[in-house]
Every structure is written in structure tokens, then in C-alpha cells.
Design a protein around this ligand. Sequence first.
Ligand code: ATP
Length: 362
Amino acid sequence: MASITLEQVNKMYPGGYHAIKDLNLDIADGELMVLVGPSGCGKTTTLRMVAGLEEITSGTLRIGGKVVNALEPKDRDIAMVFQNYALYPHMTVAENIGFALRLQNLPKPTIAQRIHDASDILGITDILTKKPRQLSGGQRQRVAMGRAIVREPSIFLMDEPLSNLDAKLRVKMRAEVKLIQKRLGVATIYVTHDQMEAMTLGDRVAVLRNGELLQCTTPHELYFNPVNTFVATFIGSPAMNLFEAVIDYSSASLLVGSQKIELSNDTMKRFSGATRVTLGIRPEHFFLEDLPNSSGLVVDVKLIEELGYERLVHFDIDAKRVWGEGESEESLDDIYGGRTARIVGDTDLKPDDKVTLHFKQS
Ligand code: ATP
């Protein structure tokens, strides 16, 4: 088992494209680190550099404390699981799982034991004699994981391993990946573009954009203390509402469009002289009750999407929406220009209502 360290790592592709810029990342032994970000941000490039499949232009890569920049992939003691986990169609599940071990000429009883142990962990002992074509998508994915596990590597690299599965199976498998990773205790880098997968899986999550690391921290910190509007809107769905706001120091309040929000002393202290700020409120942090110490914004309800336990209330307000960097109306998954509240509990709200949405200052 081993830790992984990237120090000032850069990747310049032939032709001069700077795909990774001064990347510093530390993955502790046993840790599950998720790399997340929009398409083209450099997740796969990073993973391939760690695997040795892509040369590092400058910087240092350490595995278990040892510099491995020049080490061949096969000598790095790594196992990878990809999105396209081509299984050998003519081999049984057991043969597929044990393939790499046979190449290493390990003794037959050792191979059998390792196949047994891996399939036990993955819950696939009953399909060992089947051929890939007889398996479901989820079973095939487990076999692909089995091939990685039997090698008993010191690190795992996973590149969107669940993206070929349907939504329901993805959720189930993502929980399994987490359980298995914790059980094996092997440092793992997991690449996904899905922020939900990143948040649920990662011990820590590294958010990349245009080859730069924006923030690397726990899912909780990422959600509550994003470093900028890109991270703030990338994490969470529907995206965080961002409004242009002006601070009025004379009345200790925030002007949002034509509305005035009184600010608590604690909030005022944090502004230190700024006049224009961005007010960010997550859809799930709005509520309808006028609770003590809550603030409110009057909005026009436009559309309600009923989800059973909760509902998405799309609204309009005479305040300018601020777009997170790289974000636009088209990029949002909600439909009313990025102004959404997620309201839990029963309500008789309907389109064209004027309502006060409350929130707590933090
Ligand atoms: P996705 O989520 O779409 O897989 P990604 O975050 O994994 O994206 P990478 O595949 O690492 O992104 O690519 C990062 C950038 O490097 C992209 O702009 C891509 O076009 C570029 N790139 C990747 N491979 C090469 C290559 N072999 N030559 C030149 N440019 C490349």
C-alpha cells in the first residue's frame, strides 16, 4: 500500500496544449480521492500520468514516497478500472479475473485463492463459470473490479468506471465501490464528471478546471465553503442561486434588486469594505416559514416541479443573476434562469404567487 504525491506537475501535449498546470495533490494511503470537473479539465490526463501511460512534462510524481516519473507502467504496482472494461468474451469470469495473475506465472493455488477472495468481496462467487455475454452490466462491472483487486496493487486508478451503467445501478455500484475501497484500504484516485458521484464517494474531492486545481477538500467543506463561484455552482444540483448585491453600510443591509436585507453583525464583519458582492443561496437552503433570525426575499413563483418529498420552485426576482464562471443559462439543469428553491413539506404554492423565500445568513 502506498500514498501518491504530485508536486508542481505539468502536462504539455505535443502541439503545445497545456493540459495540467502546476498540479499539487497528495493522496494518503487508504484514501479515496475523486477528481471532478467539466469535460476537458484534465482528469484523465492526470490519471494517465499517475499510471505512467502519459509522460509528465515537468514536476514530480511519488508513489509510496519514491519518485516514479521514469518508471514503466508495469513497474508502478497500479491497477486501473476504466469505463470500457473490455472483458475477454471467450473466457469465464474466473479466467477473466485471474488473467493477469496467470501472466505473472503465479502458482495455481495462489491464483485460485486470490480469485476466490476477490469474488467473495465483490459478491460474484456464483457467476465464476459464466461467460461475459451471460452477465448483466452490473455483474460485468464487478468482474472488471475483480480483475483489478486480484492483483493486490498498492494503488487503484478508476476512470469513470460506472458511466456505462444505468442510473439506478450506478447509485448501487457507487456505494459498493466505496465499501470495497474502504475494505481494501488502498489509495485510490477516482475520476468522474458527475459531482454527485464525487461528493458521495470521495474522502476528499479535487475540483479541476482548465488544467488547474481549484479546490481539494472534503465533500462537506466543498459544499459549505467553496473557494469561488465556479466551485459553488458546480457542486450541488440544482445549482446555487447567485445574485448581484450591493452593501449599504449606513443601514447595515444588502440591496438585492429593489429589496433590502438587514445584515447581522457577524455578516457585516465579513465584508471588510467591499461594496458589490455576490449573494449565494443554495436552492435547499430556502424555506417558507418566517423563523427567528431568518432573512427573506420576495419572489414571483413561475413553475413548480413536484418531486413527492420536496418540490422545485422556479422563481423570478428583480435581481440580477450572477453566473458562475463557465456557467450560462444553457449549462444549468434548472429551467428558470438559475433561480430555484427546493422546498420540503406540503405547500399550496402555485405559479404567479408572490411569496417570501426565507434563508439564514451564514
Ligand atoms: P473528459 O471528462 O471529457 O474525459 P478530462 O477532464 O478527462 O475530460 P482530458 O482527457 O484529461 O480531460 O483532456 C484534457 C485536455 O487535454 C483536453 O482539452 C484535451 O483535448 C487535451 N488532450 C487530451 N489528450 C490529448 C492529446 N493526446 N493530445 C493533445 N491534447 C490532448
